[in-house]
Design a protein around this ligand. Structure first.
Ligand SMILES: Cc1cc2nc3c(=O)[nH]c(=O)nc-3n(C[C@H](O)[C@H](O)[C@H](O)COP(=O)(O)OP(=O)(O)OC[C@H]3O[C@@H](n4cnc5c(N)ncnc54)[C@H](O)[C@@H]3O)c2cc1C
Length: 340
């Protein structure tokens, strides 16, 4: 059981910045995210694309914004609990008890939902048996590439993840890429490398094919793939990787008794509290008249929610507004050298 002032659901740009806003007013936070890395949409959907509307930063990529947000909260030494989804929230006296699908439990007077468009989940194979082999023979992400050393691996998909992993794993595994189209969606440069590796006999590429069945009992022995024209082929393989993109699901959040408006959570714009005391929603997931789904709006929402959390986490203390420029108190928390 982990006790904290604030449990933050979502490590997207907004979840990251609210750690800062909580930290400078003396509140600690724990952050949970379903993904294997921080950064939310910026990292998962557009890491290398430019953003032009972050105040004071004329241009940055999704990746560089996240890097800077992470650097900015380093002084607070926050714990990130990745690869797990917040599953349940229940009331425990005057606090909230939060449980993840990996059975981690948190107790906090405040919960900030910065869940964006919901938890990202991989699109999966729909063929019979795919579920049984999941995390044994079938994977939708690579946690440790060495696991595939000297193995036969079939990689499905035509986007960046499929191409990048095919290229990387081809250094020490037997790779077959299977894609339902002739053209790849991923970066042209990666597609060129994959084609070059195919010519050199280091990768096999099967286009216009889709999976038809998975053969094997306790482990995968082979897969059957079917071409558009009806032609069927069997490929002996140890593992199958599927990279079909991500779907965004609001997931368990819909079951927490919060008011919902379509796929968003209505909030009070004074403090970004939901209909439940101590549960706040900020960033893309919250809604109110005039809401803009922009990173800069999420930063503002986080600043206000953090101050509201203070009241519940420190009921006997008075919150004092201070500027970072002139507050020795905040500068000490940030560990910066102060100017007298
Ligand atoms: C292609 C593209 C370009 C964009 N360009 C711009 C731009 O130029 N400027 C701009 O301001 N905005 C832009 N946006 C929008 C911007 O990315 C979003 O407004 C921003 O990411 C919202 O941040 P967030 O932290 O609220 O949510 P997200 O970034 O969506 O992060 C939410 C996180 O919460 C996690 N999560 C959700 N539910 C759970 C759960 N139950 N348990 C655990 N974790 C959970 C998710 O895994 C995710 O990591 C763009 C978006 C896209 C797709």
């Amino acid at each position: 059981m982990i006790k904290t002032d604030v449990l933050i659901i979502g490590a997207g740009p907004v979840g990251l910045f609210v750690v800062h806003q909580l930290g400078i007013i003396g509140l600690n936070a724990e952050v949970v995210d379903n993904l294997d890395k921080v950064g939310g949409q910026c990292i998962e959907l557009y890491p290398d694309k430019p953003i032009y509307d972050i105040p004071g930063i004329p241009e940055c990529t999704g990746k560089s914004l996240v890097k800077n947000l992470v650097n900015q909260i380093k002084p607070f030494k926050t714990n990130f609990h990745l690869n797990q989804r917040v599953q349940e929230i229940s009331k425990e006296e005057d606090k909230w008890k939060i449980t993840t699908n990996k059975n981690k439990t948190f107790i906090a007077p405040n919960v900030i939902i910065a869940g964006g468009v919901g938890s990202f989940e991989p699109r999966k194979f729909s063929v019979k048996g795919a579920e049984t082999f999941e995390n044994k023979g079938i994977f939708y992400s690579v946690k440790d590439k060495n696991f595939f050393k000297s193995k036969k691996v079939c990689i499905f998909g035509g986007g960046d993840s499929a191409l990048d992993w095919a290229i990387e794993l081809s250094k020490f595994a037997e790779i077959t890429i299977v894609h339902r189209r002739n053209e790849f969606r991923g970066a042209e440069h990666s597609a060129e490398i994959a084609r070059k590796l195919e010519k050199e006999g280091k990768i096999k590429i099967k286009t216009l094919f889709q999976i038809q069945s998975i053969e094997g009992k306790d482990k995968i022995n082979s897969i059957i793939i079917k071409k558009e024209d009806g032609k069927v082929e069997e490929i002996k393989t140890d593992f199958v990787l599927g990279f079909f993109g991500l779907i965004m699901k609001l997931g368990p959040i819909v079951e927490w008794g919060l008011n919902l408006d379509k796929k968003t959570i209505p909030v009070d714009t004074e403090n970004f509290q939901t209909n439940k005391k101590g549960i706040f929603a900020i960033g893309d997931i919250c809604s109110y008249p005039g809401k803009l789904k922009l990173i800069l709006s999420g930063f503002h929402e986080g600043a206000l929610a953090a101050r509201a959390c203070f009241k519940l986490a420190r009921p006997n203390e008075k919150y004092r507004f201070e500027f970072t420029t002139t507050s020795k108190n905040i500068q000490d928390k940030l560990g910066v050298k102060t100017i007298d």
